[in-house]
Design a protein around this ligand. Structure first.
Ligand SMILES: Nc1ncnc2c1ncn2[C@@H]1O[C@H](COP(=O)(O)OP(=O)(O)OP(=O)(O)O)[C@@H](O)[C@H]1O
Length: 621
């Protein structure tokens, strides 16, 4: 019983308060179990070996009490049951029995080790496979899913839930078969030896099993709640670590620590309940095996007095009484792991069943567009929004009936107050979200009909905050695609960021920390420019891309952009209206609607919203 509470506390966050899930457990559990079959099948050979080893393990375990009982009978000169020691001297008989006992011990030692190792290995492999599948699935989910799911909860599912599931295999699944098998073999051996005592012991199993099932159910209920609390704990942890700058700047350390302490306390409280029920199972079994020995002594003793039982058989039964409840104890322990595992599968399933909203088109369409992608020259970069409506949440439209065309090679600026929907337009164009109504077309093709790789190749997007991964500068530009160093250098030159990269300690090989924390905001942004340029997109989208650069660097990038944007369609979001004076057309948005459009001069002449925004900004400078 040395499992840590961590592995025990795995449960489901849904229905945590009412434990509703328990009602339809059996059916659900089986359905969940089936989900694991494909994973188990991949390790079929190892699992079969473990199952085959159960037979010699259980048989050698059941023989041991018999041998010891026989040795006692031999010493007490009681009639022997084994033909092979009949007529042998006491010494010879004891030697033979000792050798057999030793053999069973060696068999158990070797096979237990092999089985333990195999099962652990399979468990780890299955855990790794599930974790990998889960990761792949999660990274394909739509941004909408991440909007509503706290990162801490996702991390809990990807780590400890998957681990708990692995425990089902390492401690649970095979072990349970083995324990059940051991109980059956011991019961058969006992009945063969003396049926009355055997019956008494087997009957004792019934109420004990019922009690264990009761405690297990309580355990599972408590486990749901504990798991819920763990998710909250992780979410809070994650939020505080990511936002540590704000925590410190606003002196929220103590306040947040207090909040964390209270969630932590709640978690421990729920955890204690699971430990209580788990301990109750152990205590029941500890107690029952003592009661069983007493019962054997009582019944066996009276039979010895009546000369219907030998001391040897009584000794064998005392050992059996212990061993019969041993597998049951282990069974209960594993059952706990399995219960936890099932709830973990359920939580994992929640994510695996989460549909991948943004999918590539069917085969036929893909073919059509792979043909279109072959004729790169046909790409012109026309963007068309056809009566596009969009809401993040039901019916709360943040984009309302947008209907416009951006012609090939045109440079468009999106302006409008904060929250007007500018970034949402970009997200829709990149297909991070799907429009609620209407269509978006690139070069006359609905973007839903374009494979995503193809769409993203059309588009180069540079956001206000460049996100960098841990790794070197070069891989942060190539992002795993096969570009040569020369191509990377050329992209850097085109965007005027080559000088900056060369100044870094190891140039293109400079290691960046996670999220690029060893670079400044502007430096990160420079790499984002090179990252986009290398992909040679024919549509460029800049969302406040130069806002974090100093005037000198911005001028340098602007110069690069002027060259880069030739013959490319561009959408530029900028709050500083002075930076977009030269674009072909300016779209003015307000609360998700396009309220004005035209060139800088046209809009100034109109004297509408743009003109007043521009004049306001000019006043400020
Ligand atoms: N993930 C989201 N979930 C729900 N609502 C969102 C989400 N992102 C943005 N919104 C809402 O959508 C509206 C438009 O947001 P959007 O980011 O497109 O504005 P914006 O014009 O780019 O603003 P800014 O100039 O401040 O960047 C806002 O009212 C915002 O609150």
């Amino acid at each position: 019983m040395s499992r840590s509470p961590k592995t025990k506390v795995v449960s489901n966050q849904r229905n945590s308060s009412d434990g509703k899930l328990l009602t339809s457990d059996r059916e659900t559990d089986w359905r969940l179990f089936l989900r694991l079959v494909p994973y188990a099948r991949r390790s079929g050979r190892e699992l079969s070996i473990s199952l085959v080893l159960l037979v010699p393990l259980a048989v050698s375990g059941a023989i041991q009490p018999l041998i010891i009982g026989e040795a006692i009978s031999l010493i007490r000169q009681e009639p022997t049951k084994f033909a092979f020691i009949q007529g042998k001297s006491l010494e010879e008989g004891i030697n033979i029995l000792a050798i057999i006992l030793l053999l069973t011990m060696v068999i158990r030692l070797v096979f237990t080790a092999i089985q333990g190792y195999t099962v652990q290995k399979v468990g780890q492999k299955i855990t790794a496979d599930i974790r990998a599948d889960l990761f792949e699935h999660v990274t394909q989910l739509a941004v909408r899913f991440f909007d509503r799911t706290p990162v801490g909860k996702l991390i809990t599912r990807l780590t400890s839930d998957v681990e708990a599931l692995g425990d089902v295999f390492t401690t649970g699944a095979i072990g349970i078969v083995s324990d059940l098998f051991s109980i059956v073999v011991i019961a058969v051996a006992m009945f063969a030896l003396q049926w009355q005592i055997a019956l008494m012991l087997v009957l004792m199993l019934v109420p004990v099993t019922a009690l264990i099932i009761y405690f297990q159910q309580q355990y599972r209920k408590a486990n749901y709640k504990a798991r819920d609390e763990l998710s909250s704990l992780n979410s809070m942890l994650q939020e505080n670590i990511v936002g540590v700058n704000i925590v410190q700047l606003f002196r929220r350390e103590k306040y947040n620590a207090e909040m964390f302490r209270s969630v932590n306390k709640q978690y421990i409280k729920e955890l204690d309940k699971t430990i209580f029920h788990d301990s109750a199972v152990s205590a029941t079994l500890e107690w029952i095996s003592l009661v069983a020995i007493a019962a054997v002594l009582w019944l066996g003793g009276s039979m010895i007095l009546g000369n219907t039982l030998s001391f040897g058989v009584l000794s064998a039964f005392i050992l059996y009484a212990q061993r019969l409840f041993d597998p049951l104890r282990q069974f209960a322990e594993k059952f706990t792991a399995i219960q936890s595992g099932f709830t973990a599968v359920e939580r994992i399933n929640d994510i695996l069943n989460e549909p991948i909203e943004i999918r590539d088109p069917e085969q036929a369409l893909e073919k059509r567009f792979s043909i279109s992608s072959q004729s790169e020259k046909n790409r012109s970069g026309e963007i068309r929004f056809e009566n596009v409506w969009f809401a993040y949440k039901n019916d709360e439209y943040v984009i309302k009936d947008l209907d416009f065309v951006i012609y090939p090679g045109e440079k468009i600026a999106l302006v409008g107050p904060t929250g007007a929907g500018k970034s949402s337009i970009i997200r829709l164009l990149c297909r991070l979200y799907e429009p609620t109504k209407g269509r978006i077309l690139i070069d006359g093709i609905d973007i839903r009909d374009l494979p995503q790789t193809e769409l993203r190749r059309h588009l180069g997007v540079i956001l206000q905050e460049g996100f960098l991964f841990a790794g070197d500068v070069k891989t942060n530009i190539t992002l795993g695609e096969t570009y040569s160093l020369e191509e990377v250098q050329t992209a850097a030159q085109i965007t005027n960021v080559d000088k900056f990269i060369e100044q870094l300690p190891q140039g293109y090989d400079t290691q960046l920390r996670e999220r690029g924390t060893n670079l400044s905001g502007g430096q990160k942004q420079l790499l984002a420019f090179a990252r986009s340029a290398i992909r040679n997109p024919h549509i460029l989208v800049l969302d406040e891309a130069t806002a974090s650069l100093d005037v000198g660097t911005e001028a340098l990038i602007q110069d690069a952009l002027d060259r880069l944007l030739v013959d490319r369609t561009a959408i530029i979001i900028a709050h500083r209206l002075s930076t977009i004076r030269n674009v072909d057309r300016i779209f003015v948005l307000k609360q998700g609607s396009l309220i004005e459009s035209g060139s800088h001069n046209e809009l100034l002449e109109q004297g509408g919203v743009y003109a007043s925004l521009y004049n306001l900004q000019m006043l400020g400078t």
